[in-house]
Design a protein around this ligand. Structure first.
Ligand code: AMP
Ligand code: ZN
Length: 115
């Protein structure tokens, strides 16, 4: 697991690297995925570094609730409140950045072929 000082998403939180922030609350920020897979593709992350959603849930359930409510808020603003929220957990599930992030996907009728 990368240390927070090496972590791309921690650098978005701190402002050391720029990204387009589309929403935020006390414990979470939302920004656009650089390689969108749907008309709406935003990442929601806790401000604190945790490797995956299970680690976040154990250590800081309030921050997880803020991540989920921010996802809902972005989807309300940009996709009439209908969306899929995906947490890839582990490399074989497609996780490539080890700062927990939910993919907020929507803005079109979604297919279902994850495997
Ligand atoms: P995952 O593969 O589930 O870990 O998701 C990581 C996501 O981060 C991918 O969808 C990438 O497109 C996205 N990503 C990688 N680098 C950036 C970046 N600099 N800005 C925004 N999104 C990024
Ligand atoms: Zn991080």
């Amino acid at each position: 697991m990368s240390l927070p000082s090496d972590c791309l998403f921690c650098q978005f939180v701190s402002g050391a690297l720029a990204t387009e922030i589309v929403g935020q609350n006390r414990n979470a920020i939302a920004f656009r995925d650089i390689n969108p897979q749907a008309p709406l593709h935003v990442l929601v992350i806790p401000r604190e570094h945790y490797a995956d959603v299970a680690a976040l849930a154990l250590a800081n359930p309030e921050a997880l609730a803020d991540v989920v409510s921010l996802a809902q808020e972005v989807a309300m603003d940009e996709a009439d409140g209908e969306y899929r929220l995906i947490f890839n957990s582990g490399p074989s599930a497609g996780q490539s950045v080890f700062h927990v992030h939910g993919h907020v996907i929507g803005g079109t009728r979604l297919g279902w072929s994850p495997a």
